[in-house]
Design a protein around this ligand. Structure first.
Ligand code: FES
Ligand code: FES
Length: 159
């Protein structure tokens, strides 16, 4: 079956099968390797993407469900000012991420800050938990996200 969708700002037509997951379509067919192959069952968060502005685990979504939808992966998101805000904030807060989790961490942070520019502690904890990682410090991540919210707010204030 052929589907049309918008990937990182470009409308594309792509062939898929009913049993293909969106993560496989993006990684294997469209060569968007920023999203990672992880648990394959919605638990680890390494395959997170934005689908019509919702944060979703792409390993749980059939590729055909992306028909006529807007997909943003880290490759597209990295062209935005929000990406620069988050990466800068993480650096300032001393957050060190490996290349395995960084794409999902950045996208999930952006998703939350778009909804809650001044997130509560609970919202921050929830978004941190959406991406599994045992190697970076929780408190650094928290600091990084708070710092990112400051960058988001400043940019909003400056128009
Ligand atoms: S690979 Fe999708 S949540 Fe783990
Ligand atoms: S999995 Fe990437 S820093 Fe822990």
């Amino acid at each position: 079956m052929n589907i049309i969708c918008n990937v990182n700002g470009r409308e594309i037509a792509v062939e898929t099968r009913p049993d293909k997951k969106l993560s496989a379509l993006l990684r294997d067919d469209l060569n968007l390797k920023g999203l990672r192959k992880g648990c394959g069952s919605g638990r680890c968060g390494s395959c997170l993407i934005l689908l019509d502005d919702q944060l979703v685990a792409s390993c749980l979504i059939p590729a055909f469900a992306a028909r006529h939808k807007n997909i943003v992966t880290i490759e597209g998101f990295s062209q935005t000012k929000e990406f620069t805000d988050i990466v800068t904030a993480f650096k300032e807060a001393g957050v060190h991420l490996c290349s395995y989790c960084a794409p999902a961490r950045v996208l999930s942070t952006a998703y939350m800050l778009r909804k809650h520019i001044m997130p509560t502690e609970e919202q921050i904890n929830d978004i941190i938990s959406s991406v599994q990682c045992r190697c970076s410090s929780f408190s650094h991540l928290k600091k990084g996200i708070v710092q990112a919210s400051i960058h988001f707010s400043r940019r909003k204030d400056n128009g």
